[in-house]
Design a protein around this ligand. Structure first.
Ligand SMILES: *[C@@H]1O[C@H](CO)[C@@H](O)[C@H](O)[C@H]1NC(C)=O
Ligand SMILES: *[C@@H]1O[C@H](CO)[C@@H](O)[C@H](O)[C@H]1NC(C)=O
Ligand SMILES: *[C@@H]1O[C@H](CO)[C@@H](O)[C@H](O)[C@H]1NC(C)=O
Ligand SMILES: *[C@@H]1O[C@H](CO)[C@@H](O)[C@H](O)[C@H]1NC(C)=O
Length: 348
C-alpha cells in the first residue's frame, strides 16, 4: 500500500519544545548533530533524529529546543515523533523536506507545526494521531497528482486541532479525518491537485467510529477529483455530526459535495445493517464550478438516513459549457435555501 521511493531529503528542522506555561526556566538546546546525525544526504539520519526527539520529549524542566542545522542534507526514513512528552507544548518550525518524508506525531499534546515544506513526498506527509491541541499552519505540501497514498495531512483520534493557511497539492486527500477526532478546524487551505478534504471512510469492517465538530472554512479546491466528502462503509456504527463547510470555492472540481454511506472504492460490497448516523452537516456560502455534472451527491443509508443536512447559499455550476449541474439525493433530510442546483429530498 505504501510506495517509498528513497530520494534525497533536505531538511531544515527547528523543533522547539516549550515547558508548561507558567514554568519559567532557561532553554536547553538539542542539536541533532550531537545525536549522531551526519547530514551528508547519504547517511540515514532517522535514528539520530529519533534519539534527539526522545531527549527533547523527556526534558522535565526548562524549554527544550531541538535544532536541526540549516545548510545540510538529511536523509530520513518516515519518522514517528512519539509522545507522550513531558513538556506540555512542542513547537516544530521551519522544516523543509524533499523526498519520502512522512512525519508522524503520535500522542503529542500542545503541538505547533509551522512552515513545513514538503516536496514530492511519495507517501502520506503528516500524520497527527492521538494528539490533543495541535496548531498547524503555513505548510506547503506538494506531490504529483498521480502518486498514490500521498495524503497531505491525516488526523486520527485527535482533538482540538487547527489547520490553517496552507497549500496542499497531492495525489490523494489534501486532508483526511478519521475516527476518534473532534473539534477540528480547517481554514485557508488551498487544495489541489488531490482528492479533496475527507471525513472517513468510517465504519469499515463493522467498526464503531465517531467524528464530530469539524469545521472547514475559507478553502479553495482547484481541479481536485473531489471536494468535501463524508464517507462511510456499509455495516458500521457510530456517528459523524456537527460538521460545517463554509466559504468554500470550487474551481473545476469533480464531485464537489458528497455524503457517501456506500463507500466501496474497489467495488463488490454488499449492503449491510448499518447504524452509522450522519447528522447536523451544513454547507454555507459555497460557490464555484464542477468538472462533473453531479455536483451534490447525498447517498445516505437506506435505513438510517442523514439528518439535518442544511444548505444555504450554495451555487455550483458545471465548468463545461452546455452541461447542466444537478444534485442526487437519497434518504437525506434537512433544508435548503438559496441553493442551485436544488436538492429534492431536502425540500420536503
Ligand atoms: C474551532 O472554531 C470554533 C468557532 O468556530 C471555536 O469555538 C473552537 O474553539 C475552535 N477550535 C479550535 C481547535 O481551534
Ligand atoms: C482565506 O484563505 C487564504 C488562503 O487560501 C488566506 O490567505 C486568507 O487570509 C484567508 N482569509 C480569511 C478571512 O481567513
Ligand atoms: C444498496 O442499497 C442502495 C440503496 O437502497 C441501492 O441503491 C444499491 O443498489 C444497494 N446495493 C446492493 C449491492 O444491493
Ligand atoms: C452518487 O450518486 C449515484 C447515483 O446517481 C451513485 O450511484 C454514486 O455511486 C454515488 N456516489 C458517489 C460517491 O459518487
Amino acid at each position: 500500500m505504501l510506495y517509498i521511493n528513497v530520494q534525497e531529503l533536505f531538511a531544515v528542522f527547528l523543533i522547539l519544545c516549550f515547558a508548561a506555561p507558567g514554568l519559567s526556566s532557561a532553554t536547553i538546546s538539542f542539536n541533532v548533530m550531537n545525536y549522531g546525525a551526519v547530514g551528508d544526504g547519504k547517511t540515514d539520519d532517522s535514528a539520530a533524529f529519533l534519539k534527539a526527539w526522545k531527549a527533547v520529549c523527556q526534558t522535565g524542566s526548562g524549554i527544550p529546543i531541538l535544532i536541526i542545522p540549516a545548510g545540510k542534507t538529511f536523509l530520513l526514513k518516515p519518522v514517528t515523533f512519539s509522545g507522550p512528552c513531558k513538556p506540555s507544548h512542542i513547537y516544530v518550525r521551519g522544516v523543509t523536506c524533499k523526498g519520502p518524508t512522512a512525519l508522524t506525531f503520535y500522542r503529542c499534546n500542545g503541538l505547533v507545526v509551522k512552515g513545513l515544506r514538503h516536496t514530492n513526498s511519495q507517501r502520506n506527509h503528516i500524520t497527527i494521531s492521538g494528539c490533543n491541541g495541535a496548531k498547524i499552519s503555513n505548510l506547503h505540501i506538494s506531490a504529483p497528482s498521480d502518486s498514490p497514498n500521498t495524503d497531505g495531512i491525516d488526523i486520527a483520534s485527535s482533538t482540538n486541532i487547527r489547520i490553517s493557511n496552507s497549500f496542499i497539492g497531492t495525489g490523494d486527500d489534501c486532508i483526511a479525518i478519521s475516527s476518534g477526532s473532534s473539534n477540528i478546524n480547517i481554514s485557508g487551505i488551498d487544495c489541489g491537485p488531490g482528492h479533496g478534504i475527507s471525513i472517513g471512510a468510517l465504519g469499515v469492517h463493522g467498526e464503531q467510529d465517531t467524528v464530530e465538530e469539524v469545521h472547514v472554512r475559507n478553502c479553495t479546491f482547484k481541479a481536485t477529483m473531489n471536494g468535501v466528502r463524508i464517507k462511510t462503509w456499509q455495516g458500521g456504527s457510530g456517528y459523524a455530526r456537527k460538521i460545517t463547510f463554509e466559504k468554500i470555492k470550487f474551481v473545476n472540481t469533480g464531485n464537489p459535495i458528497v455524503i457517501d454511506q456506500y463507500y466501496c472504492p474497489s467495488g463488490g460490497c454488499q449492503n449491510e445493517t448499518t447504524t452509522f448516523k450522519i447528522s447536523d452537516v451544513s454547507y454555507n456560502l459555497i460557490t464555484g464550478t464542477s468538472s462533473t455534472e453531479k455536483v451534490i451527491n447525498f447517498s445516505c443509508d437506506k435505513n438510517v438516513g442523514c439528518n439535518n443536512i442544511v444548505l444555504d447559499h450554495v451555487y455550483v455550476t458545471a465548468s463545461v459549457a452546455g452541461k447542466m449541474a444537478y444534485a442526487y439525493c437519497y434518504n437525506a433530510q434537512g433544508r435548503l435555501s438559496h441553493t442551485k442546483p436544488s436538492v429534492k429530498c431536502l425540500l420536503s
